[in-house]
Design a protein around this ligand. Structure first.
Ligand SMILES: NC(=O)c1ccc[n+]([C@@H]2O[C@H](COP(=O)([O-])OP(=O)(O)OC[C@H]3O[C@@H](n4cnc5c(N)ncnc54)[C@H](OP(=O)(O)O)[C@@H]3O)[C@@H](O)[C@H]2O)c1
Length: 286
């Protein structure tokens, strides 16, 4: 049983699922922080674990823990983390997002890249969309090279009170460029917010240099999880509700189509667990 101690910063959507996952996996959730102390108190009470800390504390007052998880989304905390790490208060700070200014970057499941980190660093774990697309497309391109591809993200609500369809910004092209710069030059990305609470799909359209047979693509898609365990193949059509609670980075929808050299498919993800489960995976490997 793992006995690592953790301080969790940010008790919103990602903080809540991350806290639960840590406890389920035997981690000791010692401290919970949020700008709004009512959120950290509610989470501590819901989880039955963790003391509520003051998010305004100085670095030298930060409690000693094995790891810190930052699910705040606040880039202004980076100098604070560097000071906390410099004082030896923790081995690493894991950021539940793509953060260009983090000292290290990890994307679990990218082909030909073994995750590794050093002690005493801030570690960015990538965005939810990056975690879904980048491992999939990096493995695919090693077998069938795309000439161009497009990806539309169907993302759940970011603003609780706005139940409408709308176009939103996505950093997906930048996530691709971080790990697969040559593929990023061939990609077009867009994102749309849908009126659902949780669960995301990536609508992919991929053009290859040559025609690929249906049979060959089917066998490749079904065998991908054996090479990349963060990706699953679903035998039944997922919905955002059925995806919630799934720890995969991407679930391949069985309703894909291949016509000539064009592939159309959906990748599904629990956008909240898709990043926090990868932090757990990384913690298990280091
Ligand atoms: N939701 C997703 O689908 C998703 C998926 C993957 C990654 N992420 C990333 O994970 C991070 C958190 O996302 P989220 O959806 O969980 O956001 P959220 O629901 O808004 O939760 C963030 C929490 O952190 C608090 N916070 C902000 N700055 C803080 C600070 N300096 N000190 C202490 N607490 C602070 C916020 O308080 P206030 O509300 O008062 O600001 C809020 O309670 C973001 O970087 C996001 O990009 C999100």
């Amino acid at each position: 049983m793992n006995k690592q101690t953790v301080a969790l910063w940010g008790c919103g959507r990602i903080g809540r699922v991350t806290g639960k996952l840590l406890l389920e996996n035997g981690y000791i959730l010692c401290w919970l922080y949020d700008r709004d102390p009512s959120k950290s108190s509610t989470l501590a009470s819901d989880l039955g674990a963790g003391e509520v800390g003051d998010a305004g504390l100085e670095p030298d007052a930060h409690p000693q823990v094995d790891v810190i998880i930052d699910a705040t989304g606040d880039p202004s905390l980076l100098p604070y983390w560097e000071a906390v790490l410099h004082l030896g208060k923790s081995s690493n700070v894991f950021l539940t997002r793509r953060e260009p200014k983090a000292q290290e970057h990890v994307m679990m499941g990218v082909a030909s890249v073994e995750p590794s980190i050093s002690q005493g660093t801030t570690v960015a774990m990538g965005s939810c969309t990056g975690n879904a697309l980048v491992p999939f497309i990096s493995h695919l391109s090693r077998e069938y090279l795309p000439s161009t591809f497009s990806c539309r993200v169907l993302h759940p609500l970011k603003q609780d009170d706005d139940y409408s369809l709308r176009s939103i910004e996505t950093a997906l092209s930048r996530s691709l460029a971080d790990w697969e710069p040559d593929l990023a030059k061939k990609a077009m990305t867009q994102s749309m917010e849908l009126p659902v609470d949780r669960g995301m799909a990536l609508d992919l359209s991929i053009c290859f240099n040559q025609p690929v047979s249906q049979k060959s693509m089917e066998s490749w898609l079904k065998s991908l999880p054996s090479r990349c365990p963060h990706i699953q193949f679903s035998h039944t059509p997922p919905t955002s509700d059925s995806i919630v609670g799934n720890k995969a980075s991407a679930v391949i929808d069985p309703g894909w189509n291949m016509v000539g050299n064009q592939l159309r498919l959906l990748l599904w993800q629990d956008n909240e667990l898709g990043v926090s489960a990868r932090i757990l995976d990384l913690l298990e490997t280091i």
